[in-house]
Each structure stands twice: as structure tokens, then as C-alpha cells.
Design a protein around this ligand. Structure first.
Ligand code: HEM
Length: 429
């Protein structure tokens, strides 16, 4: 370790950080060269690419029909609802899918605690399910665009082959869309008719929310195959699921039928999206207003099992005497050392940074949370209890995570004749 540090110190600039990180944090990646990116130091993801749970190759290289027996973690696009069309059609009609008149988005509803979503079983026999509150339906596109999920998957996989960091980026994109004015793809809009700043320009989104091009590409393909049918909001939801599955989460069904919002305002972001130093109670209240409990919150921040944060976002805490005293001191040293530039990126989980697994809770509990928000949840007695359970039982965390992310995907959704189906995701029709 000391040799590693010495080697790191002997080098310069980014190389210092790279050598140090290799030695101290991500030894399994030692053999790989670090890849400088436009925006600073980016970590390569070799274990992700080679992970048994990834299905990139299936996604991109063949259009073969799904194999008879697929590993648990992989998605199947067999049409599970073949014999159940009458029910689906009925639901679709109730949901107003036949005619899609444009209308003002409905007032946001507070779903409260009653919007409890059942954890979704990974690979059970599919039943068309109407989400009690949101009116979302599994198999929603079965009739008008049965290949919708397949197309989103293919586009995603193609992009992940070029840049695996898009998986965590899309997971973040989905949560930032849903937490602000519901899962209505408002985060994708480049402008609104009023000319005011849009959500994607707001501080907590800013340059660090990525993945827009993947959604654009999927939308372009879907418009070519089934014009005017698949919403941008559903595309994000499918891509989110597939990104999670590709990083290790068991697969689950995504109920669909979300419609796209007609506006996007930066000012809506402030009170809905927590930032790293949002006080604990405020963070809990924000989630509660969306029908998400403290347990959902703790379970969902487990998504920090994958991906990275920019030094610029975390360094004030690292260099704050009082706050840094609460952290594992070796960890603080390492993080400080790596933060030579604001655009350097640090992995949330220095042990298995590319895998959705409950190991991240061990980091949180050992005072190695990169974000203050994760740390305060680990410090809270309730949060701490939940984290301990999740750390010790990955299967339980998976089930709860799926339940919570499904619930998140139902936040304030527009359905029926609300909103619209955008022709392209960055602008209203
Ligand atoms: C609850 C409070 C939360 C806060 C304060 C928070 C904050 C952050 C911050 C500051 C980053 C780093 C951004 C950057 O520097 O590039 C980040 C990344 C990330 N967040 Fe959260 N987050 C929260 C909850 C969530 C939830 C609920 C999810 C998903 C269910 C999530 C998923 C992610 C992912 C996957 C990344 C990595 C993105 C990437 O590598 O591109 N976060 N978050």
C-alpha cells in the first residue's frame, strides 16, 4: 500500500490520482489503464463488461429469439400476454390509448402512503397488472408496438458497449425525472413554450445528468417502427430497468402507459430533488410527498452501488473539518488525494463499483459513504437498522429495491388523455 502511494506521489497530475486509486481503492482494475475523458478522470468498467450478469452481447449482436432457458438476470421479450389480450385491451381502452387527444397535464397528486406497490417478482408468470394509483399496465404496448421494450433494450445495449457508465447515468436520469413532477419525461425537454429555464438546467441536474442521447436514439427507432405510440417517459422507465438488470439486479416487469408532460421548469427541481447536504428530515419529507417511505429511501439510495460522483460535488465535505471527522479517516485521505480536480470522478462503492449489490451498505455502515446524504441515513437509527438488514441479505434488498423502484416509476404519472406522446423527446409537439 505504501509502495502504491509512493508510486502515485511520484507521478503527476491525473496520473497521481490514477495510480493512487488503482492501488488503494480498485485493485481489481489495476491492469486496466485509466481513461481520461472530456470531463476528467473516468474509471474503466472491465468487470462490468465481463460480468456474468451482463447481457450486452445478447442485446446487440443478435436478433435471435430469446432462448428457452435464460439465466435469472436476463430479460425475456417473449410475449407473455398473448392469451390475455382481451383484458389488456379493456385496460388500454379505459386508459384512453385508442384516441390520444392532447390535454393539460393533471395537477400532481400526492400519492401518500396508500400507493404502496407490491414488490414485483422477477420471473414469475406474467399477469397484466394495472397499477392501482397510476393506471399503468404491464404489456401496455403489446398491441400497438410489441417490439417497444426490445428496441429500447437494443439501443441501450449498443450504447453500453461504447460507454458502460451510461447504465448508472440512466438510473439517475429516471429518478430525477420521477422525483420532479412525476415520471413524465419533463427532464428531457430542452425548452418550454414559456421560455423559462427547464429542469435539466437546474443545479442538481446540470451537466451531471446524462443519457439523453440514448433516449433520443430509442425514440427515433420507435417512431420509425410505431409512430406516435411509445412515450418518452416509458422509454426512460424501460431503459432504467434494463440498466439496472445489466448491472446485476434481477429483472422485473415495467408497467407502462405513462404519457409525456407538456412543461418543464427548473424551479420545480429545488424542493423535490435532494442534494448531498439536504438535511435528513427534509430528504425524508421530500420522498414522503412522493409516496415513498424512509425504508424506500434507504433501499433506493442503494443504487449508489453503481456509478460515480464528481469531486466538485463531494469535496466540500471532504475538506470540512467537522464533517470529515465523522468519516473513516483512511477513506477521507484517499478521497482527498483523488480530488485534485473537480471533474475527477470517484466511485461510490470502491469494492464492487459496477455491480448492483448490497455491498454498498457495508461501505455506508463503515463510514465510507461518499455522499453526506448517504452518511446521514446510515447515522439515523432507523436508517441504520434498515441498512444492516440490507447489507446482510442481498436477496431481500433486491426484492425491496424492485418494489421501491416500481413505486417510484408510478409517481404522479400522466395517463389516459393527459399530456401527450411526444414525437421527439426534447420538445413538446
Ligand atoms: C436521496 C438522495 C440522493 C442524493 C442526495 C443523491 C445525490 C447524488 C449525487 C450528488 C450523485 C453524483 C453526481 C455526479 O457528481 O456526477 C449521484 C449519483 C447517482 N445517483 Fe444519487 N442521490 C440520491 C438518491 C438517488 C436515488 C434514489 C437513486 C436511484 C434510485 C440514485 C441513483 C444514482 C446513481 C445511479 C448515480 C451515479 C450516476 C453516474 O454514475 O452517472 N440516487 N447521486
Amino acid at each position: 500500500m505504501l509502495n502504491c502511494m509512493a508510486a502515485g506521489m511520484a507521478a503527476r497530475g491525473r496520473i497521481i490520482a490514477a495510480a493512487f486509486i488503482s492501488c488503494a481503492l480498485i485493485l481489481p482494475l489495476l491492469a486496466s489503464a485509466f481513461e481520461p475523458s472530456e470531463s476528467g478522470l473516468r474509471f474503466p468498467f472491465p468487470d462490468f463488461i465481463n460480468s456474468p450478469s451482463n447481457n450486452i452481447e445478447q442485446g446487440i449482436q443478435t436478433n435471435d429469439p430469446p432462448k428457452e432457458e435464460e439465466p435469472e438476470n436476463q430479460m425475456s421479450y417473449k410475449s407473455p400476454l398473448k392469451d390475455k389480450k382481451p383484458k389488456i385491451e379493456q385496460l388500454r381502452e379505459q386508459n384512453g390509448v385508442e384516441d390520444q387527444p392532447e390535454a393539460e397535464p393533471a395537477e400532481n397528486e400526492d400519492h401518500g402512503d396508500e400507493s404502496e406497490a407490491k414488490p414485483v417478482e422477477g420471473n414469475g408468470e406474467p399477469e397484466p397488472v394495472e397499477n392501482a394509483k397510476g393506471g399503468l399496465i404491464e404489456g401496455f404496448y403489446e398491441k400497438d408496438c410489441p417490439q417497444a421494450e426490445q428496441i429500447v433494450n437494443e439501443v441501450l445495449m449498443k450504447n453500453l458497449q461504447k460507454d458502460a457508465t451510461l447504465a448508472p447515468a440512466i438510473v439517475r436520469l429516471f429518478s430525477h425525472d420521477c422525483l420532479v413532477k412525476g415520471c413524465d419525461a419533463s427532464i428531457l425537454l430542452d425548452e418550454t413554450p414559456s421560455g423559462e429555464d427547464v429542469e435539466k438546467k437546474a443545479g442538481p441536474n446540470g451537466p451531471f445528468v446524462r443519457g439523453f442521447e440514448v433516449i433520443d436514439e430509442a425514440k427515433e427507432r420507435l417512431e420509425a417502427e410505431c409512430p406516435g405510440v411509445v412515450s418518452c417517459a416509458d422509454i426512460i422507465a424501460f431503459a432504467n430497468r434494463d440498466s439496472l438488470v445489466n448491472t446485476g439486479l434481477p429483472t422485473y416487469k415495467v408497467a407502462a402507459g405513462r404519457r409525456d408532460g407538456l412543461s418543464s421548469l427548473a424551479e420545480n427541481v429545488k424542493n423535490n430533488l435532494p442534494v448531498p447536504d439536504t438535511p435528513l428530515q427534509e430528504m425524508i419529507d421530500m420522498f414522503k410527498r412522493k409516496g415513498l417511505t424512509l425504508e424506500d429511501l434507504v433501499v433506493l439510495v442503494g443504487a449508489h452501488s453503481i456509478g460515480t460522483a464528481h469531486c466538485g460535488v463531494v469535496k466540500s465535505r471532504l475538506f470540512d473539518k467537522r464533517k470529515s471527522m465523522e468519516m473513516d479517516q483512511n477513506y477521507v485521505e484517499q478521497m482527498r488525494f483523488m480530488c485534485t480536480r473537480d471533474d475527477n470522478m470517484l466511485p461510490f462503492d470502491g469494492v464492487t463499483q459496477n455491480k448492483m449489490d448490497s455491498q454498498i451498505y457495508n461501505e455506508f455502515l463503515a463510514k465510507r459513504a461518499l455522499l453526506e446524504s448517504d452518511h446521514v441515513l446510515a447515522k439515523d437509527p432507523h436508517g441504520n437498522d434498515i441498512m444492516k438488514k440490507m447489507a446482510g441479505d442481498q436477496a431481500a434488498w433486491f426484492a425491496k429495491f424492485i418494489g421501491a423502484i416500481v413505486k417510484m416509476g408510478g409517481i404522479e404519472v400522466l395517463t389516459g388523455n393527459q399530456g401527450e406522446i411526444r414525437r421527439q423527446c426534447r420538445a413538446v409537439n
